[in-house]
Design a protein around this ligand. Sequence first.
Ligand SMILES: Cc1cc2nc3c(=O)[nH]c(=O)nc-3n(C[C@H](O)[C@H](O)[C@H](O)COP(=O)(O)OP(=O)(O)OC[C@H]3O[C@@H](n4cnc5c(N)ncnc54)[C@H](O)[C@@H]3O)c2cc1C
Length: 401
Amino acid sequence: MLIAGAGPVGMSAALALHARGIDTAILEAESADRDRDGSRAIYVHGSTLRTLDRIHPGIAADLVDEGLVWPTRRTLYRGKEAFNRTYDSPGSKWDIPPFTSVPQVVTEAYMHDALEEVGVDIHWDSAVETVESSADGVRVETADGSEWRTEYLIGADGGGSTVRNEIGANFEGDQSENAFLIADIEEEGGHAEADLERLFHYDAPETDGRNVLLVPFTGGWRLDIQCLEGDDPEELKSDERMQEFIRDVMGEEYVDNLKWVSTYYFLQVMADTFVDDHRRVLLAGEAAHLLAPFGARGMNSGIADADEAASAIAVALGARTDAVARDEIELYAARRETAAEYNLNAAGQALEYLQGEDPVTVLRKEAAASLADHFEAAGEWLDDAPYGPHGSPPIVSTGNY
Ligand SMILES: Cc1cc2nc3c(=O)[nH]c(=O)nc-3n(C[C@H](O)[C@H](O)[C@H](O)COP(=O)(O)OP(=O)(O)OC[C@H]3O[C@@H](n4cnc5c(N)ncnc54)[C@H](O)[C@@H]3O)c2cc1C
């Protein structure tokens, strides 16, 4: 079986196919010695860890050992604390904690090792250029002129997916109104347990009224600053401005620890179909949907796609009739399109909450902040809301995001 793309979703798909006894290989556009920028997906949900552990036993323990679980959730509103809760021994009660916070490059490195261990090849420098599907299978051509044939192809080639274009699927949706500034700040010598907290600051005075999110991960901090209308994100990401932000939000000792910074307008889009007309090509991960990162649904839902795609392919390969095989692939599309709609809606709610001008939302935030001293629930609502609703999509056999 073939997979396009050796990102976290393509590698998970390969592990999930291998676990179901299916030989597989990955075609990857980039070179083996590539650098992957920035921490990106740091928040790995417990359900994702369980999925990964099912398809490659032991990998969850490795990611949990590498990652961290912060004990404290704290929220400030215009400089004043609105919520602060610390949990005793977070994560240690469970074999698999509710989440782990680990840079995406580390997650990818473990997936890569797992693939080597089970003998799945990644063909580097092999960008998929053309995809032709028929009732019998798929023919793929890569940039070096090689031709590949496969019964099913999983397109996990990211947001700019060639596979998506080749099957004639299109992204539909919109984009965040304001930009976000996202940076990784190194924590030299590792985190002190007592400092581990996830902090959200509404209208932070230190950033002239911009919202700020600060999240620890192994070896560093994710600093996320939400630009205001009229901001020039490129100017804000200059060394000088970033040093000011870091000094004011985190303290002088972090000023020289900026490792990476980028600006984003988040797309909120999904493909109008996750499968081709012949039910031989399945889109997964960012090839199928792009979500704003609030609620950490991007990589997490992509890994759920990967596992479900492998499951559908395994059943389709064993089917005695073509109709049953087609049906399985269609079921994949139905489940994962429904999940993507749910996730888009959830991430959209978070985005709207964070940057929308809806007077009701603005009033609710102000009312909650003024009640937070007296009613913990009001502060907890403020603490929770930036990540969208809890819960997972309705039609998902594994109960995953
Ligand atoms: C700032 C930021 C923070 C984020 N935080 C989180 C988080 O906390 N939790 C979370 O779940 N998600 C998060 N995400 C999202 C997460 O990073 C992505 O959802 C994830 O990387 C998607 O994985 P993927 O494998 O689908 O795509 P990618 O990671 O983009 O991988 C696609 C792969 O396909 C390859 N490729 C491209 N074109 C071709 C081709 N033609 N042929 C062959 N190969 C090709 C690429 O080189 C790449 O290796 C965040 C993203 C950003 C930007």
